[in-house]
Design a protein around this ligand. Structure first.
Ligand code: NAP
Ligand code: GDD
Length: 328
């Protein structure tokens, strides 16, 4: 019989790649979706006919219980979150409610409805914040630097706690930044690749950014969802750092993207204080040795290839939109 999986956050970047992967593996895939005034199923439109979508919200306990009863899953992947770090300062309580307490709501629903369900929690390298060690690994102490990072620390520890208290097969994936052509426009990689594409096509003349010195360990989202799945196939649950092991500055990201379309970034990039954060995470670089050794997981897309893939996709998207707008 086909395995069944429930994905929260299925309309997001990772949710869409994970849904594709699980469908390819022969799963029956269920997705939790929240009601919005304008439907935002763009990332899953191409596979929507193969998915079972259930209405629910991480802030609503009853809807989570109902989703578990309806989907009757073998595996639950909790990807839903208020995931934008900058917004977490503007909406700290909301971020805590969804990104932190939402994990407890889901785990507790699992405990009551079917404690044999295997559970994946989308933890983040933001938990390392003001890093205590370079590179960061599973044993590195946490020092979050935003309400989002603090919420993810809570989500991580409640996952460990439900594993230890109730024997739930619950794993925490400590994922470093991962990107793709489906990345939200507000995150720096997509903001840069879309900005570069707009400038190249004459649709914009400037790109406003914040701190260019921050360094991130950027990988490809399509690779990272494979690690999530592998964690839940292990006999023993655990915590895993998922990263490339290499780090790059935001400035290097900008240079790489502009260079690819034969433009000089200095002619277009303006520093804008409104994008500077109250507290910054200066350097993230992960050590994925445990994932490599136990899960056999390796990243397949490097930084330059990733940036070029995203610039190409944004150029194509904007050109297609122009054709549609012109009614051609
Ligand atoms: P994303 O594109 O922002 O997607 C977030 C998803 O969560 C969306 O489907 C969103 O639904 C849903 N959601 C938000 N609030 C919800 C709520 N109250 N109830 C139910 N669903 C809700 O994020 P992502 O990049 O795919 O990341 C997936 C997860 O991994 C997140 O938990 C994120 O914090 C974590 N993470 C991401 C990275 C990364 O670099 N991408 C790294 C480490 C950890 P709508 O479409 O309706 O908004
Ligand atoms: N978004 C954004 N916009 N970031 C900028 C900008 C800008 O205009 N200019 C500079 N940056 C810098 C930020 O200050 C930060 O240091 C870095 O670019 C990356 O910012 P984001 O792309 O917004 O990602 P993030 O690292 O804060 O968070 C992402 O990765 C986490 C994993 O480490 C998100 O996906 C989180 O959900 C995820 O947990």
């Amino acid at each position: 019989m086909a395995k069944r999986a429930l994905i929260t956050g299925i309309t997001g970047q990772d949710g869409s790649y994970l849904a594709e992967l699980l469908l390819d593996l022969g799963y029956d895939v269920y997705g939790l979706v929240r009601r919005t005034s304008t439907q935002n199923f763009e990332r899953i439109a191409h596979i929507q006919h193969r998915l079972n979508l259930i209405s629910g919200d991480l802030s609503d306990q009853t809807s989570l219980q109902e989703a578990l009863i309806q989907a009757n899953p073998d595996e639950v992947y909790n990807l839903a979150a208020q995931s934008f770090v900058q917004t977490s300062w503007a909406q700290p309580v909301f971020t805590g409610d969804v990104t932190a307490l939402g994990v407890t709501r889901l785990l507790d629903a699992i405990r009551h409805i079917n404690p044999t369900i295997r559970f994946y929690q989308a933890t983040s390298s933001e938990i390392f914040g003001n890093v205590r060690e370079v590179p960061q690994r599973e044993t590195t102490p946490f020092y979050p630097r935003s309400p989002y990072g603090v919420a993810k620390v809570y989500g991580h520890w409640i996952t460990v706690n439900y594993r230890e208290s109730y024997g739930i097969h619950a794993s925490s994936g400590i994922l470093f930044n991962h990107e793709s052509p489906r990345r939200g426009f507000e995150f720096v990689t997509r903001k840069v690749t879309r900005g570069v594409a707009m400038i190249k096509l004459g649709l914009a003349h400037e790109l406003h950014l914040g701190n260019l010195d921050a360094q991130r360990d950027w990988g490809f989202a399509g690779d990272y969802v494979k690690a999530m799945w592998r964690m839940l196939q292990e006999d023993t649950p655990g915590d895993y750092v998922i990263a490339t092991g290499k780090t790059w500055s935001v400035q290097k990201l900008v240079e790489t993207a502009f260079e690819y379309v034969d433009l000089d970034w200095r002619d277009y990039v303006r520093q804008d204080p409104s994008f500077i954060r109250p507290a910054e995470v200066d350097l993230l670089v992960g050590d994925p040795t445990k994932a490599s050794t136990i899960l056999g997981w390796e990243p397949s897309v490097g930084f330059v290839e990733l940036v070029r893939m995203m610039v190409d996709a944004d150029l194509k998207l904007l050109q297609e939109n122009a054709v549609t707008a012109a009614g051609v």
